[in-house]
Design a protein around this ligand. Structure first.
Ligand code: PEP
Length: 255
């Protein structure tokens, strides 16, 4: 695929996989994806599996990411982990502002912004998620919602910091539902996000930032979605839980 930016596919395992199951899965990924140098790849296991998975993946093409983090450096924040802890277990990336965190755990654009800045300060690369709910799309508020999320979640970042960020556009109605946005629907919002990134920095910087699509991406629809000019990869839930599905998807988007 002739792309302006290198594709980036990340698997979000959510609250799935024991340590043994996680190791099983990454052993297959490590073997089957060893020669994939033309697509950036990451997996984001639950916190409990990060350390052993990181050890197994160290030095391979499959990078590691956390699913969330807290912005403070240390202290009395029961249940939280910070950016340095994720770095310590060999994470390269961290997912921030996933719609499930926004919906069920009170995440806001302001907290995503604090987390994004803390991740960057620790040299972790944030994958910042945005996306509208079904009711918002049906009332023609997609543009307003995504604009608010992008501008406020990424407020105050310098251009060189924005270059370390991946934005994931994940329409909430498409996550885990089997309903994928059409390639045109995705491209429309991705183009909007790139204009917003230019507003936050400049056109040249915005042209280098990767924007992933997320929402029921699988091996059979990945190529069409990533064929869109502003779709630079995918954040994948369900189809990242089985090695065969994830590997097939990555192979399908290669040239
Ligand atoms: C996600 O969790 O980010 C996601 C896109 O899930 P799924 O691929 O299962 O829709």
């Amino acid at each position: 695929m002739d792309k302006a930016r290198k594709l980036f596919i990340a698997g979000n395992w959510k609250m799935n996989k024991t340590v043994a199951e996680a190791l099983d899965l990454v052993k297959s990924l490590k073997r089957d994806l060893a020669d994939v140098l033309d697509v950036d790849i990451a997996v984001c296991p639950p916190f409990t599996a990060l350390h052993p998975v990181g050890q197994l993946l160290d030095g391979t093409v499959v990078k590691l990411g956390g699913q969330d983090m807290y912005w403070d450096k240390f202290g009395a924040f029961t249940g939280e982990v910070n950016a340095a802890m994720l770095k310590d277990v060999l994470c390269t990336y961290v997912i921030l502002g996933h719609s499930e965190r926004r919906q069920f755990f009170g995440e806001t654009n302001e907290t995503v912004n604090k987390k994004t800045k803390a991740a960057l300060a620790a040299r972790l690369k944030p994958i910042v998620c945005v996306g509208e709910m079904l009711a918002e799309r049906e009332s023609n508020r997609t543009e307003a919602v995504v604009t608010d999320q992008v501008l406020n979640s990424l407020a105050g970042l310098k251009p060189e910091e924005l270059l370390e960020v991946t934005v994931a556009y994940e329409p909430v109605w498409a996550i885990g539902t089997g309903k994928t946005a059409t390639a045109q629907q995705a491209q429309e919002v991705h183009a909007l996000i790139r204009r917003l990134l230019a507003q936050l920095s400049d056109a040249k910087t915005a042209a280098r930032i990767r924007i992933q699509y997320g929402g029921s991406v699988k091996a059979s629809n990945a190529r069409e979605l990533m064929g869109q000019p502003d779709v630079d990869g995918a954040l994948v839930g369900g189809a990242s839980l089985q090695a065969r599905d994830f590997v097939e998807m990555i192979q399908n988007v290669r040239n």
